[in-house]
Design a protein around this ligand. Structure first.
Ligand code: M6R
Length: 617
């Protein structure tokens, strides 16, 4: 939930670290800090706030010189966001400097022990405890930094990605990982090395990266080598250098005001990329290798359990409707955070699908481990290649949405639904639960979806106009039925997370069991009323809201005349099969929350209190 970056080599570390932190700010933006070492002294600057605040501070009081440095952008866990709790943290002697992403669960007992040995602490963080613990071990055992880190981490309980250096040994940085990601960029001829929570900070310097696995540490020696070791038994690991596929354009705004808007508009391309090589309508083929290789597992499964959080959980709910209808297999969708702690009944005959954009969500990761321990086969749907969840699953599929940087998930959602729909169609054919005519029809309609999404995006200006009317609302209801009930939940989540307007999603028919009491002339109600999905029933729900003076924003199928007469605003989308409609209906809801948030001057890409990947439980 925090971002780490670092550099050791022959260049100025400062711009590399600052640009890296800006790219990692999606991971947390409560505070930021950088430390540079110029060969004589360390220059440390840290502050509450964003990297832009840090830059101001750096300009006024600190030197920017140094070929070695580490930086941090924080999502606060232990200790409120303030200057003192910001990273990097130094040890009591001032010799060791450390940044950390994760949580040291037993920090308090270690802290008490260190206090007993004369240490005192400035901050409330677990990280300051860790850096002093490493220092104490180094002094007591008279060992080098690498060994001290290893001994310390073997006594630590929790999750971490750390980078630490010793000013007495300025040609070396030690990194280590358990539960939080860390990548090492390997420069040409081993002349320089980069460290980051993901590869985006160093993409313009090198295409070669080593991703540490859980339980590994690396000793990075300037102009020499990277030695990767297992933390528990000190054995050397033959770490693979991977070639990065990411492009710089994918992680920049490319002229859009916000990443969220860019990512909303990228959806036709992202969905097409999700299809690529997998959807072949001419041949009547869907080919997803992770699925093909495990077809028996899927066909023999008695039940599918989907685990996920947030928007990915909403994609799981859409998948529940699709799998049950197409494949006729029972599906349960669970919040990963509940599933992992409620002693669920899981057997070897269950198949678990874990959905995660980032592939780093702590609760989803823990749910996967639990399911595996009970013998279930776990299949992952992830966006981030090589992420912890992608590696932990038994098999899986990537969505290929490209980097999603806006904290609010948009293209991740539609590409997750896309890939899950392809899987359901493929399984339906294999199981014989769908006629070949329907199967072919769906394949062809799937192929038309990106063009239809493009068409929905043409509504952008109209949605912006509607947003202007509701920017001062304090509450909002979202209603949908069937496949579009999860879309209502997703629309409400989008609005609340970026505009801070209270919003709730409901199955349209549930409204009369309670929420209808909230309706008055100040309550906007967004209703998904597409022509194929229980249309008449939804129209009746709209009438019920109208008779109580609620304001209706309706998402309807092109050519609709009935709802147009009742609703205050209509947003038309192209016709499609009901099962595929979430891929279209969700787009105007994304735009609506985006424009409302922008008009309320909210930080759309970095909403308060949130972070892109939630690596703490
Ligand atoms: O990376 P994941 O898909 O596992 O993340 C799950 C949620 O944290 C995420 O979807 C969150 O709800 C988004 N901010 C919603 O826009």
């Amino acid at each position: 939930m925090c971002g780490i970056t670092g550099y050791i080599g022959y260049r100025d570390a400062f711009p590399i670290i600052i640009n890296g932190l800006k790219r990692l700010e999606y991971r947390g933006y409560d505070s930021a800090g950088v430390v540079l070492y110029d060969g004589n002294q360390i220059n440390l600057s840290k502050t509450k706030g964003k990297v832009s605040d840090l830059l101001k501070k750096f300009d006024s009081d600190t030197s920017k010189v140094g070929n070695l440095g580490i930086g941090h952008t924080r999502w606060a866990t232990h200790g409120e966001p303030n200057d003192i709790n910001s990273h990097p943290h130094t040890s009591q002697s001032g010799n060791l400097v450390l940044v950390h992403n994760g949580i040291i669960e037993n920090y308090n007992s270690i802290k008490q022990e260190l206090i007993g040995r004369g240490y005192s602490f400035q901050s409330d963080t677990d990280t300051e405890v860790l850096v002093n613990f490493i220092e104490e071990i180094k002094i007591q055992n008279n060992v080098k930094l690498g060994k001290a880190v290893q001994i310390a981490l073997n006594q630590v309980v929790g999750a971490y990605a750390i980078a630490v250096f010793d000013i007495d040994k300025p040609d070396e940085i030690i990194v280590a990982k358990l539960g939080s990601p860390i990548a090492i960029g390997v420069g040409k001829d081993l002349e320089e090395f980069f460290i980051a929570s993901d590869a985006s900070p160093f993409i313009e310097y090198t295409r070669n990266a080593i991703y540490l696995e859980d339980g590994e540490m690396a000793i990075i020696k300037k102009r020499r080598e990277v030695i990767v070791k297992k933390i528990d038994d000190d054995t050397n690991v033959d770490a693979k250098v991977q070639e990065l596929q990411m492009n710089l354009g994918e992680i920049e705004k490319n002229g859009y005001e916000h990443f969220m808007l860019k990512e909303i508009h990228e959806q036709p391309r992202a969905i097409t990329d999700t299809f690529r090589g997998r959807l072949l309508p001419e041949e009547g083929i869907i080919k997803i290798s992770g699925l093909e290789n495990n077809m028996k597992r899927f066909l023999n499964a008695e039940r599918i359990i989907i685990v996920a959080c947030g928007t990915s959980w909403h994609a799981g709910l859409v998948a529940e409707y699709i799998f049950e209808e197409f494949v006729r297999i029972p599906v349960e969708v669970e919040y990963a955070s509940e599933f992992r702690y409620r002693n669920p009944i899981i057997t070897e005959r269950d198949l678990v699908i874990a959905i995660s954009q980032s592939g780093e969500t702590a609760d989803t990761l823990a749910a996967i481990k639990l399911a595996k321990s009970k013998g279930a086969f776990v299949f992952g749907v992830c966006n981030v290649v090589g992420s912890s969840i992608a590696r932990e699953n038994d098999s899986g599929v990537y969505t290929h949405a490209g980097p999603e940087i806006g904290v609010a998930s948009t293209k991740a959602f539609t590409t997750q639904i896309t890939v899950l729909t392809l899987m359901a169609l493929r399984l339906a054919r294999a199981k014989g639960t769908m006629t070949s005519a329907d199967y072919r029809m769906y394949l062809q309609e799937m192929e038309r979806i990106p063009a239809k999404v493009e068409k929905v995006l043409e509504m952008d200006a109209k949605v912006e106009e509607i947003a202007r009317k509701y920017l001062l609302s304090t509450n909002c209801l979202y209603l949908g039925r069937g496949y579009n009930f999860p879309v209502a939940l997703e629309g409400a989540l989008k609005l609340k997370e970026i505009s801070y307007i209270h919003a709730e999603g409901y199955p349209a028919a549930e409204m009369k069991h309670g929420p209808i009491a909230l309706i008055d002339d100040r309550m906007p109600v967004v209703v998904i009323a597409t022509s194929r999905g229980h249309y008449d029933k939804v129209v009746s729900n709209i009438q019920e809201i109208k008779s109580r003076s609620g304001k209706i924003i309706a998402v309807v199928t092109e050519g609709d005349t009935v709802v147009r007469d009742i609703a205050d605003h209509v947003i038309e989308i192209p016709d499609t099969e009901e099962a595929l409609s979430p891929l279209l209906t969700t787009i105007p809801l994304q735009l609506l929350s985006y424009y409302i948030a922008v008009m309320r001057n909210c930080n759309v890409d970095q909403p308060r209190n949130l972070a892109k990947s939630v690596t703490v439980e």
